[in-house]
Design a protein around this ligand. Sequence first.
Ligand code: TXA
Ligand code: MG
Length: 325
Amino acid sequence: MIYRGTARNLARLAKLLRAGEVVGVPTETVYGLAADAFDAKACAKIFRAKGRPSSDPLIVHVLGWRDVGGVAETHAAAKGLAERFWPGPLTFVLKKKAAVPDVVTAGRPSVAVRAPSHPLLRRLLRLAGRPLAAPSANPFGYVSPTTAAHVQRGLGRKVKFILDGGPSRIGLESTIVDLRDPARPRLLRPGKITREEIEEALGVRVAVAARAAGAGRKGRLAPGQFARHYSPHTPVVPHARLSESQAARGGKGEAWLFLARPEKLRGRNIFWMDARGDLRGAGRRLFSILRRLDEAGFRKIHVELAEGPGLAEAINDRVRRAGSC
Ligand code: TXA
Ligand code: MG
């Protein structure tokens, strides 16, 4: 059931979390499926509901830097990044403390931590009085949810409680940076907070972890780097350049998703992410459009890639993953 964020509902959901239930929660990036991060049994329910392999660790959500010490080994570089970007869409991987159950980190000696900015989730975290472990609230491998309705549709009766916080403002999952060794940070997943911004804040270069190539190997750091992730059932075809004439020539049974509204071309199979091609708008709507097109029964979904560094990297990463099989 979907709950509005009234004081009474928040108190009730916090109580359920403390009692070991899982709750679908809004964040500024995508919706998460949350449980008490210190309760191994509760966290195991997350994996069952999502059909997520137990080898794929969860992100621990905290209110702020002060709570990180309870779950991870801290250092000045991480503190500096937290001061600059938290609460917000940035996740650190740090060495874990023993208090975090193995199920959360998939047995790894490291833990992923982030302080979300969504006001309703922050109120829930405060009321629950403990960190909440949460991956995205989608069946494993499918497109991440950006509304409460997406969560309900995807997970159905497996999740009894969903807090509605409106459509996610950013629409793409958080940037993940491996900070176990502060001298050698690595970008594990691009997001709204860009590599350039992190480099500037840290004063060192941030390496980019190999994505799909290493994904099948043992000992990889981020299992979320599975090449095929965020995928609709319909085949997605990424295009570095997509012209109106190309789409006009294409079959009507295939969808064409442009970044900006095409100048002339219109049709029932022609779509765009943001009227003006603004990347923030495009990122915000990408997942919900992919879901809609997936349900519309097209044979293929052609998607235009973004250009440039920054948010374009995050958008392209998701489109390419949606397209790989
Ligand atoms: O924006 C987000 O990050 C959203 C919201 C709910 O906070 N969460 C999210 O979680 O996208 P998701 O489904 O991507 O799962 C967490 C990912 C894993 O797939 C993995 O890549 C990474 O976080 N992760 C978690 N623990 C890790 C660790 N110890 N080392 C490396 N990567 C880790
Ligand atoms: Mg996910």
